[in-house]
Design a protein around this ligand. Structure first.
Ligand code: B3K
Ligand code: ZN
Length: 883
């Protein structure tokens, strides 16, 4: 609809607010169109009269002309599904009008006080953006554009304001009233109400605003910062969850200390509140002084959470805490700069977890995530640079590219600068931009200046999408080895031609004949083709390249099998060992899936596994990493190279076949491993590693001997004194057709029926299972009384898990695709952000064999034809069809 035709209506006409532009063709927002906002809003005062079905909001905005922006005699205040109850400027009713969903208020002077009243119904907010109700409590989610669902405001990250908030409501329903900053006053009101006033001294953008009102209790412990400030740290949960909050609280303390020691960052308020809510679109949110978390990333004890869950809690607590500097003190100028805070903060949380849990294992885990989630994105229709150039709906750009590749890009700067000079760069960045809304360019410049390195060409990592491929060849001449590297960055939507990127690679030349390990050095490939001459100390050189995964690239090379076996067994870089094993397995599996002569690939992998299972120098945590076979998603990527397509059915069969071969060939070793690790006690320092490999052993036994695995898994389940073992056993049972399966599933549900997070696991285990009837089982589970489309955790636990189950999702009948498309259509009107997250799985159709590709595309077309789609789903579906 043409907004200019909307008539001015000072009293507010309900029809006008509904007359938003058709969501079918939401406008494209361009990075190059950025202009500073015409007004500064130094102070915001909010007053909330809280109720679950009716909340009244009064906003007072002290606005001042921005001398750095073009002059405007109008202020645009963004809104989303809001109607103004009243708009007053400097004490008089304003002559406002609506422009689509936004409120336009004429302003002719240099400074004004705008007072706006709105009324909202949190209970009707199923999108979970803005102010919403969750289990009787009220909470908010404002990033990226949720604040405009609370009140009219320039809802953009470069408008920074100091907030004072008064909240009042019924004391019985909302005994605890929380907001950003510090509580400055509180009191009793009339009719059993009470109120609290909060003040946040740090100027912040609206996306960092938060409010919580509910019946909550806190686990508290003060933290003393390095300069002696005592910070009250609270983890707020429902009373029944209090016993599961110690790990979160300890993780917060560890994060606070680590950021002081590693990045010199100290916390800056007297209070740090974290609130756990069960209805939440993502993991957590870094609102200033008042983080709101998905319960999944707060609650943990050994009976209900796995070791991996404990790690995830620690990692997300750290991530949100680190945002206090990388995101809050220095925020983003516009949403195109999202990786400025997300890429950097992911790197910070990865480095933290490396320090807490061991560098090698964490690095391997992070690369596995990158390959499973980001490489497919970079190779598909939704590929975008870490700093995108355009979007229709910013929620669609909270991606593995912006987050995980963004972290890899900054990690490369750190590798090139060295740890100390990188720290000088980040110190300069924080000093230079504290209190500002900055850009990715500001970050790169600060690292360049602070670390004293030239990042001129490096900036291409911010603008070019696609995973670079580096072809490696080598020639030996006399006493030196010449490595010739050729790079190619594949075409991506809107970017047909690419320029060479600087690619830092840690390399070492080992000697297979003598077993001598070469010294490591960093080389940086900057040209399309470039040679590097390395000294050579003897015969049979084996090049270990991209050690530690210094660069997020694909290395193309053909290494002799004996070289891979050598690297897998002896490389002194743990990542390189893992990588060699992966290469060995990938080479075999892709050849097998293509129907090419399998040769003796299988026996080479089985032999390498034997060495891993029996290597007494390996600790079990690392053994567990080496035992992970390449994921089917990653194998699709490798198989679908150039014009060749991936065949999910053939990949699945090849991978299961290899598991069975390992299970048969190493039956005794796996039995011994399962028995040894079953004897390790829960609190033994070696317990975590033991639990990890125990279930891996079981899964391999299951591929070879289902009956024996059923017995062992049932025993493991019954003997378990922790969730890691229990869930692992049930995971294996879920893939088997045996009586133990139904019995243990029922027992599990029965035991944990009142614990939503564990019931989520119960759904996930079945949705991810290797059982041949998984599609019918998931269909039935969607009818289970515990299932609801209204809770994002539950939707993810069933349908998102299923979309990640290659066997079920890619069933040749197309039933899996249909089920996911049905979920998108059903969920879109309720929660578009979560619905749109399902689209990428169907969007990969171009890289899949023609039969399945046609079925996937047909489902995308069915969604597109349904009409009335949200902006989120519309954008993802149209990019997936056009890209
Ligand atoms: N910054 C939030 C993500 C917000 C997502 C909005 N769709 C959490 C995080 O990355 O820390
Ligand atoms: Zn983040």
């Amino acid at each position: 609809m043409d907004i200019a035709t909307t008539p001015t209506n000072p009293e507010g006409n309900p029809e006008l607010a509904d007359a938003a532009p058709s969501p079918q063709q939401p406008p494209v927002i361009l990075r190059e169109d950025y202009r500073p906002f015409g007004w500064l809003i130094r102070e915001v005062s909010l007053h909330f009269d809280l109720g679950v079905t009716r909340t009244r909001v009064r906003a007072e905005l002290a606005v001042q002309r921005n001398a750095r922006a073009d002059r405007a005699d109008m202020i645009r205040l963004n809104g989303d599904s809001l109607k103004p109850v009243s708009v007053v400027v400097d004490g008089a009713a304003a002559d406002w009008r609506m422009d689509g969903a936004d409120l336009m208020v004429p302003l002719h002077g240099d400074s004004h006080l705008i007072v706006i009243e709105t009324e909202i119904d949190p209970s009707a907010n199923t999108q979970l953006m803005g102010l919403y109700a969750s289990g009787g409590m009220l909470c908010t989610q404002c990033e990226a554009e949720g604040f405009r669902r609370i009140t009219f405001f320039p809802d953009r990250p470069d408008v920074l304001s100091v907030y004072t908030v008064r909240m009042e409501g019924p004391k019985a329903a909302f005994p605890v009233l929380l907001c950003n900053g510090n509580k400055v006053a509180e009191g009793e009101g009339e009719d059993s109400t009470h109120w609290a006033e909060w003040h946040d001294p740090w100027p912040k953008p609206s996306y960092l605003f938060a409010l919580v009102a509910g019946d909550l209790v806190a686990n508290s412990k003060p933290f003393t910062t390095r300069s002696g400030r005592e910070v009250e740290c609270n983890i707020w949960v429902r009373p029944e969850d209090l016993a599961r909050t110690d790990h979160a609280l300890e993780s917060l303390h560890r994060s606070m200390k680590w950021d002081e020691e590693t990045f010199g960052r100290e916390y800056d308020l007297d209070l740090y509140n974290i609130v756990a809510v069960s209805d939440f679109n993502m993991g957590a949110m870094e609102n200033k002084g008042l983080n709101v978390f998905n319960t999944k990333y707060v609650l943990a004890d050994p009976d209900t959470a796995t070791d991996a869950d404990f790690d995830a809690v620690e990692g997300v607590i750290a991530h949100e805490y680190f945002h206090n500097w990388s995101g809050n003190r220095v925020t983003c100028r516009d949403w195109f700069q999202l990786s400025l805070k997300e890429g950097f903060t992911v790197l910070r949380d990865q480095l933290f977890s490396q320090d807490m849990r061991g560098e090698a294992v964490k690095r391997i885990e992070d690369v596995r995530i990158l390959r499973a989630a980001q490489f497919p994105e970079d190779a598909g229709p939704l590929a975008h640079p870490i700093r995108p150039d355009s979007y229709r709906e910013i929620s669609n750009f909270y991606t593995a590219t912006v987050y995980n590749k963004g972290a890899e890009v900054i990690r490369m700067m750190r590798s090139m600068a060295g740890v100390d000079r990188f720290r000088a760069g980040t110190d300069l960045y924080f000093d230079r931009h504290d209190g500002e809304a900055a850009t990715c360019e500001d970050f790169v410049k600060a690292i360049e200046d602070g670390a004293g390195i030239d990042l001129g060409q490096f900036r291409r990592w911010y603008s070019q999408a696609g995973t670079p491929r580096v072809n490696v060849s080598q020639a030996v001449e006399g006493g030196s080895l010449t490595l010739t590297l050729k790079q190619r960055v594949p075409a991506t939507p809107g970017q047909p031609d690419k320029l060479p990127m600087p690619i830092p690679l840690r390399v070492a030349v080992h000697l297979r004949a003598t077993g001598a390990l070469g010294a490591e050095q960093l080389i940086v490939l900057t040209e399309a083709e470039q040679s590097f001459t390395l000294p050579l100390a003897g015969p049979d050189p084996v090049v270990s390249i991209n050690r530690g995964f210094t660069a997020p690239v694909v290395i193309d090379r053909t290494l002799a099998r004996e070289d891979l076996v050598f690297l897998a067994a002896y490389d002194d870089d743990p990542f390189a060992r893992y990588e060699a094993l992966q290469e060995l397995a990938v080479g075999h599996l892709v050849a097998q899936a293509r129907g090419e002569a399998p040769g003796d690939g299988e026996s080479a992998v089985v032999g390498a596994f034997r060495a891993i299972l029996t290597d007494t120098d390996l600790d079990d945590s690392m053994r567990g990493e080496l035992m992970v076979l390449p994921s089917e998603t990653y194998l699709f990527e490798v198989m679908a190279s150039g014009d060749r397509k991936a065949d999910p059915g053939a990949i699945h069969a090849a991978r299961e076949g290899l598991k069975a071969a390992i299970g048969i060939g190493l039956a005794d070793e796996l039995d011994a491993l399962h028995a040894r690790t079953s004897a390790v006690a829960l609190d033994d320092p070696a317990g975590r590693g033991a639990r990890k490999v125990k279930t891996q052993a079981l899964a391999l036994i299951a591929a070879a001997d289902p009956a024996r695995a059923a017995t062992l898994a049932a025993q493991q389940y019954d003997a378990a004194d922790n969730m890691t073992d229990r869930q692992g056993a049930l995971m294996v049972l879920c893939g088997l057709d045996c009586p133990e399966r139904a019995e243990r599933l029922a027992a599990f549900h029965n035991r944990y029926r009142d614990n939503a997070l564990v019931v989520d696991k119960w759904f996930t285990l079945q949705a991810l299972s290797l059982h041949p009837d998984v599609i019918a089982q998931v269909r039935e589970l969607a009818q289970h009384p515990d299932f609801t489309l209204r809770n994002p955790n539950r939707v993810r636990s069933l349908h998102m898990a299923f979309a990640g189950n290659p066997q079920g999702f890619h069933d040749a009948s197309g039933e899996g695709y249909r089920m996911v498309a049905d979920v998108i259509l059903a969920l879109d009107p309720i929660n578009p952000q979560t619905a749109a997250r399902f689209v990428p799985s169907l969007g990969r159709w171009r890289r899949i064999e023609p039969g399945r590709a046609a079925l996937m595309k047909a489902e995308l077309e069915r969604i597109a034809a349904a009409g009335n789609l949200s902006r989120d789903t519309f954008e993802q579906v149209s990019r997936s069809l056009d890209g």
